[in-house]
Design a binder for this molecule. Structure first.
Ligand SMILES: NC(=O)c1ccc[n+]([C@@H]2O[C@H](COP(=O)([O-])OP(=O)(O)OC[C@H]3O[C@@H](n4cnc5c(N)ncnc54)[C@H](OP(=O)(O)O)[C@@H]3O)[C@@H](O)[C@H]2O)c1
Length: 269
């Protein structure tokens, strides 16, 4: 039997690596992106390239329909598409905040609503949502992004209870920092009142990308989540030690450690 996965945000980074891995493992893959031309490098007999913008319900419905028309069913959904809106909350416009939540949270909800009826009918399916270490622990100047990832954590933790009797597994993959297009495509809000802390932090974030590992390990964890037949909810990747430290340290000590990055620029590269 050949299984089918639909992946959002296949044009880059984690979504691209995940598309490649599932196809290599013999799955049918509905690879989706806002601009399907970006999917040309992924072309193959088992890869169906489809346009899908997670903020456009009609494009989601069309992609789900095209996937079932071609492959017959959807066994797994990988909610991967997302981006980061960073910077001080005071510098963020309502429109920017809405766009962040529309993409990272409402986009996930819209995908889930489209595939759940199909999975419910077959009493089978796995929904994997890419959260982040940033859905468990928050860093400075990323309130909007963390709000979106913490929302996904609560959403999925609740949803797993209602979907288990329907035979549907709900899972969260929580990557630590990996090198993708994510840091390059961050939207940075600014506000003069937050200098020099904001510039120091931004430099730390951008510099940390130089040494971040590639995203192939995250793709492998996503594949494991899709295939391990367990009802496990959370799959942290790379950042297990950070989560353990965060849980073990008194909050005041944790906060002062994180704050050091605000008070000085990083050492030069
Ligand atoms: N990289 C990290 O360190 C890291 C850590 C934890 C979690 N994550 C999460 O991992 C996921 C993937 O990010 P990445 O690191 O692989 O970054 P990336 O290379 O920038 O990829 C992001 C993907 O999301 C897509 N996307 C953005 N807005 C979209 C929309 N409205 N509709 C459809 N697709 C959209 C992008 O498509 P376009 O090509 O059309 O822009 C791109 O394919 C995100 O949810 C991110 O929050 C990343």
């Amino acid at each position: 039997m050949t299984y089918t996965v639909l992946i959002t945000g296949s044009s880059s980074g984690i979504g691209q690596a995940t598309t490649q891995l599932f196809a290599q493992q013999g799955w049918n893959v509905a690879a989706t992106a806002r601009n399907p031309a970006s999917l040309v490098p992924l072309a193959g007999a088992s890869v169906l390239a489809l346009p899908l913008d997670v903020t456009d319900e009609a494009s989601i419905a069309a992609a789900v329909e095209a996937t079932t028309a071609r492959f017959g069913s959807i066994d797994a959904l990988v909610n991967n598409a997302g981006y980061g809106l960073f910077g001080p909350l005071e510098g963020i416009t309502d429109e920017q905040l809405e766009q962040q939540l529309r993409t990272n949270v409402f986009g996930v909800v819209a995908l889930i609503r489209q595939v759940v009826p199909l999975m419910r009918q077959r009493h089978s399916g796995t929904i994997i949502t890419i959260s982040s270490t940033g859905g468990r622990v928050a860093s400075p100047f990323a309130a909007a992004y963390h709000a979106s990832k913490y929302a996904l954590e609560g959403l999925c933790e609740s949803l797993r209870f209602e979907l288990k009797p329907q035979g549907i597994r709900v899972k969260l993959v929580e990557p630590g920092h990996v090198k993708t297009g994510f840091i390059r495509s961050l939207t940075w809000a600014t506000h003069s009142a937050y200098e020099p802390y904001l510039s120091n932090w931004r430099a730390q974030v951008e510099q940390s990308d130089d040494h971040a590992p590639g995203c192939e390990g995250v793709a492998r964890v996503i594949f494991k989540a899709a295939t391990d037949q367990s009802w496990r909810l959370r799959y942290p990747t790379q950042a297990g030690p950070i989560l353990a430290l965060h849980a073990a340290l008194p909050d005041s000590l944790w906060a002062s450690m994180v704050s050091t990055g605000l008070n000085r620029p990083p050492r030069s590269r």
